[in-house]
Ligand binder design. Structure first.
Ligand SMILES: C[S@@+](CC[C@H](N)C(=O)[O-])C[C@H]1O[C@@H](n2cnc3c(N)ncnc32)[C@H](O)[C@@H]1O
Length: 242
């Protein structure tokens, strides 16, 4: 299922102040992105900067201009906390004309919210300078399999092979990785709270009533008694082919 940008924006706007302290896995993903970057300097664009988890790590790099973008206007405050000179562009990155090209486009845990990834990658290609780097993380089809099994709700995640297949005609893959990370919770309500605090409750367009929540908790306990929630992130770093 794909969600419209208004709903995504609404949920991330609500969760942005709680995001950083709850986004344990997204922090690991951001670290893996920067750890696997080749030497890069010049003009940077960050897509979906949110509460600045990736911005913080990129702030130590040798950028000339740092542009950041998010659907949520408040992201600008977080970005400027780490990079006061950053230029911020609010809105859907696919619709923004940046009027310049970049040496690095970086994005942590954003592209799973986008339909038509071919178009996303083509937008990135056009916004990159010759041999520029696209470095991003997203999630694979196995992400939150417990939640999907119980609620039937899931984004239209792509596998690592599918992503590499989409990128390969126009990008040289420098680094790719898929890993699994389980978070343990003491009860299923905490799982729902965790998803809400990281914006993932955008998956459900209408809010759940007491009956749905109780059913979810009972089913989770009976099907997944260890009360784990499995993340399945993907990291890709690639270079624009001209
Ligand atoms: C899971 S959060 C990741 C935040 C941050 N990148 C990090 O490192 O943790 C996803 C962010 O992507 C933003 N986002 C989703 N779709 C977007 C789009 N089409 N254009 C710009 N931002 C988008 C959301 O508003 C949200 O802040």
């Amino acid at each position: 299922m794909q969600i419209d940008t208004k709903t995504i924006r609404k949920h991330f706007q609500k969760s942005i102040d709680k995001y950083e302290q709850n986004a344990l896995v997204q922090k690991l993903m951001a670290k893996k992105i920067v750890d696997n970057l080749p030497s890069v300097e010049g003009d940077f664009l960050e897509i979906g900067s949110g509460a600045g988890v990736l911005t913080k790590l990129l702030s130590g790099f040798n950028y000339n201009i740092y542009c950041a973008n998010d659907l949520v206007e408040k992201s600008e405050i977080y970005v400027k906390k780490y990079i006061p000179s950053a230029q911020f562009f609010a809105g859907d990155f696919r619709r923004i004309k940046f009027h310049k090209t970049f040496d690095l486009i970086a994005s942590n845990a954003v592209f799973q919210w986008c339909d038509n990834l071919d178009k996303v990658f083509s937008t990135c290609w056009h916004n990159l300078k010759s041999s520029g780097i696209l470095a991003f993380s997203t999630f694979s089809c196995d992400n939150f399999f417990e939640f999907r099994e119980i609620s039937g709700l899931s984004l239209d995640y792509k596998s690592l092979n599918e992503l590499v297949g989409m990128l390969s005609p126009n990008f040289e893959i420098i680094y790719s990785e898929q890993f699994e990370h389980k978070l343990h919770f003491d009860n299923p309500l905490q799982i729902l709270a965790h998803m809400k605090n990281t914006g993932v409750n955008s998956l459900s367009e209408k809010s759940w009533g007491i009956t749905e929540v109780r059913e979810f908790c009972d089913n989770y306990r009976s099907k997944f008694p260890d009360l784990n929630l499995t993340y399945s992130p993907i990291i890709i770093v690639c270079r624009k082919l001209n």
